[in-house]
Design a protein around this ligand. Structure first.
Ligand code: IPD
Ligand code: CA
Ligand code: CA
Ligand code: CA
Length: 269
């Protein structure tokens, strides 16, 4: 176990995330800069994504030189030594929203020790809303402890989800949603997975699922949702991961799980 407490890691994460969010918003207000594409023509990365990641990595390594960092734009440590801290960073989650000026993009930063996320913060850079959690210490926003939805009826559940950038995966997700939409209250696609998980933590979404997320998309938000009472898993007993991130209140989780299996949500590319 790391010698530093989850609470101390969270306070570092919050400070770094606030500075990073301020840079993202300043660049949004002044100039986004160069916009390039990555895996597909719709998978954009701006100069701000890179600048924010550079700044946050520099701040983390200045504060804690022995730690490693995994970030979306520049990669980094696949794992960490036993007991060491690995930071997991999405410098701007919701880059397409950022590009269009839709106020739903965030800095997501988690601290992981021995493969377990122990602290996380998600800060909406446009609005300043900020969600935090420590392992076993609850999920919080503005000094208020969060509780997830208590919905038990899938037909009354508002479900969040997302699409990756791969065209075949998007087509598959379209087929999944076509089968789902008549069996739930409605579906939301807000465009920043980390924020979706925080909205689920405070009951503004009843549940969430997405195939193809990376650790930086769900590390912090997954802890925040779990600490707010959500069950956070993959499918068929697997942990949340690239094949599926599914979160729902305890009573709803098995029902949504079985629907996702039925509609083959983890299938396709
Ligand atoms: C994306 C967003 C989106 C989700 C995608 C992610 P990015 O992250 O979280 O909501 O559906 O799967 O890749 O590229 O904006 O950091
Ligand atoms: Ca991206
Ligand atoms: Ca992301
Ligand atoms: Ca990102």
């Amino acid at each position: 176990m790391s010698e530093i407490s989850p609470e101390r890691l969270l306070s570092i994460a919050v400070r770094v995330a606030r500075e990073a969010a301020a840079t993202a918003q300043r660049m949004r207000d002044e100039a986004i800069g160069d916009v390039q594409t990555k895996s597909t023509s719709t998978d954009v990365v701006t100069a701000a994504d890179k600048a924010v990641e550079r700044q946050a990595v520099a701040a983390l390594t200045a504060e804690r030189p022995g730690d490693t960092v995994l970030g979306e734009e520049f990669g980094g440590a696949a794992g960490a030594e036993p007991g060491a801290v690995r930071w997991i960073l999405d410098p701007i989650d919701g880059t397409v929203n950022y590009l269009y000026g839709l106020p739903q993009y965030a800095v997501s930063l988690a601290a992981e020790v021995d493969g377990e996320v122990v602290a996380g913060v998600v800060r909406n850079a446009a609005t300043g809303d900020e969600w935090t959690a420590t392992k076993g210490g609850g999920a919080w926003r503005d000094g208020r402890r969060l509780s997830c939805s208590t919905e038990t009826d899938l037909g009354q559940a508002l479900i969040g989800t997302g699409f990756g950038y791969d065209a075949r995966r998007r087509a598959h997700q379209g087929r999944v949603l076509a089968q789902m939409i008549t069996r739930v209250r409605d579906i939301r696609r807000l465009g920043a997975a980390s924020l979706d998980l925080c909205l689920a933590a405070e009951g503004r979404l009843d549940a969430y699922f997405e195939k193809g997320l990376n650790p930086w998309d769900h590390a912090a938000g997954g802890l925040i949702a779990a600490e707010a009472g959500m069950v956070v898993t993959g499918l068929d007993g697997a942990p949340a991961g690239p094949e599926m991130v599914l979160l729902a209140p305890p009573a709803l989780h098995p029902v949504l799980h079985d629907l996702l299996v039925e509609v083959d949500a983890a299938g396709g590319p």
